[in-house]
Design a protein around this ligand. Structure first.
Ligand SMILES: Cc1ncc(COP(=O)(O)O)c(C=O)c1O
Length: 425
């Protein structure tokens, strides 16, 4: 299974039928959700699962009465579902919590305590600040930093990583895809380089997750973090780690909690209803995959194969959206940061940062809002990236971020806004 290969024919992608499954899209009528990188909408199965939790068993886990037993079963089901989504070796490798940032911090705190002779952490100037600042604070524990820098094409190249890796490398922290530019990182090759030197790789999959298949075994990574609210579930986060590594991590836990994953990673109570919602989001994806012809299997394999087929189809369909979005931006005379050529869409997801000549980013997003289109301007929580692009962090750029429920017709409406802006003196 190749984690990054586009799959099913994009022309067969049932976008209208899928849109019908998202109540927020129905309620919003003509409004266009083009700010999905900041959070996506949820299908009705997710709403039903959250509702069922709150109405049917909104109690603490670990009790002997039926509602509490149901919570334990729901958490177990959530772990199995996310394990299938990521092709994890076992459900205990999945931990649930508040969001991605708090998990990155949890792992960075643990890594900081175990630096030993390997004190070097490799960071990138393409990443969301959540996967940078959380590591930089380890300086006071003796960590040293090396920077894997983005090239002018808006991509990280493994040739530039090679000289940074050595016997003192403890960890590489990097994203699967940039939440600002949409560029995809060859994390599999990066993992091989880092492992070759005896280091580890921590992946921020928050931005990539709604756009394509993730297979932690094929990627050969060590840790991976993700946010449910970017992948059609409610606000929550999850961490995957190789079981042996999680087992060794020094984490905070009360004395009576066994020093074993996942309990040792999940201090306190997390949002059970949103874990139920996350499991339902995985069901939604698996059902999409099966409707597109993923072969039926049993149990975990059925979910895994369904999700993989869905994400491969989403990846293909989104490449069509990327091509059209880039065409529209070129016609509008925009400066697109990162991969801007339609021939390069395989290297990106449909998240595009741009500026229009002589127009401040906020004016573009305001014009879009007035036309019923939600997009975003600013630094996208990637201030180092903005600096690298030569943009004022306070102003940044305009970002349009699409997911699989967006359509070519919506892009045409956005094109009309750009056209009006261009003609306005
Ligand atoms: C790439 C990336 N990493 C990390 C985060 C932070 O995620 P969370 O809000 O779950 O902490 C985001 C949020 O936008 C993101 O896009």
């Amino acid at each position: 299974m190749n984690a990054m290969t586009p799959g099913t024919d994009a022309a067969r992608f049932p976008v209208q039928a899928l849109r019908g499954q998202f109540p927020a899209l129905q309620r919003a009528a003509d409004f266009i959700f083009f700010d999905n990188a900041a959070g996506a909408q949820v299908p009705h199965g997710v709403l039903a699962a959250v509702n069922e939790h709150l109405v049917g068993h909104n109690v603490q886990r670990g009790g002997r009465y039926p509602q509490s037993v149901a919570v334990d079963a729901s958490i177990q089901r959530g772990r199995a579902a996310v394990a299938a989504l990521l092709n994890a070796r076992r459900p205990e490798e999945i931990a649930f919590g508040m969001n991605a940032t708090s998990f990155i911090r949890l792992v960075s705190l643990a890594i900081g305590q175990t630096l030993g002779a390997r004190k070097e952490i490799i960071l990138t100037d393409l990443d969301h600040e959540a996967n940078v600042a959380t590591w930089l604070v380890l300086e006071r524990l003796g960590a040293q930093f090396r920077w894997w820098r983005m090239r002018d094409d808006g991509c990280l190249h493994c040739e530039d990583l090679e000289p940074l890796v050595g016997p003192r490398t403890r960890l590489l922290a990097c994203a699967l895809a940039s939440n600002a530019l949409g560029s995809i990182v060859d994390v599999h090759r990066a993992a091989r380089l880092v492992h070759g030197a005896g280091g580890e790789i921590f992946l921020d999959a928050v931005h990539y997750a709604p756009h394509g298949p993730i297979d932690v075994q094929a990627l050969e990574c060590d840790y991976l973090v993700c946010s449910g609210y970017k992948i059609f579930a409610p606000h929550m986060g999850f961490l995957w780690g190789r079981y042996e590594l999680l087992a060794q991590l020094p984490t905070f836990r009360e004395d009576f909690i066994p020093d074993q994953p996942p309990g040792k990673i999940e201090a306190g109570t997390f949002i059970y209803e949103n874990v139920a919602g996350m499991a339902a989001a995985v069901d939604y994806l698996a059902a999409l995959g099966h409707s597109l012809g993923a072969r039926p299997a049993d149990g975990a394999a059925e979910l895994r194969d369904g999700c993989h087929a869905a994400m491969a189809a989403i990846r293909s369909y989104e490449q069509v959206l990327s091509r059209e979005l880039l065409r529209v931006l070129r016609t509008a005379g925009a400066t697109v940061y990162g991969l801007s050529d339609a021939a390069q869409v395989e290297g990106r997801v449909p998240t595009v940062c741009f500026n229009l000549p002589g127009i401040v980013p906020a004016a573009v997003t305001e014009a879009a809002a007035a036309a019923g289109i939600g997009i975003r301007d600013g630094h996208m929580y990637a201030p180092r990236l903005m600096h690298r692009l030569g943009l004022a962090v306070a102003q940044g750029a305009v970002r349009v971020s699409l997911v699989h429920y967006n359509t070519l017709a919506e892009i045409e409406r956005f094109a009309a806004v750009l056209d009006r802006l261009r003609r306005t003196p």
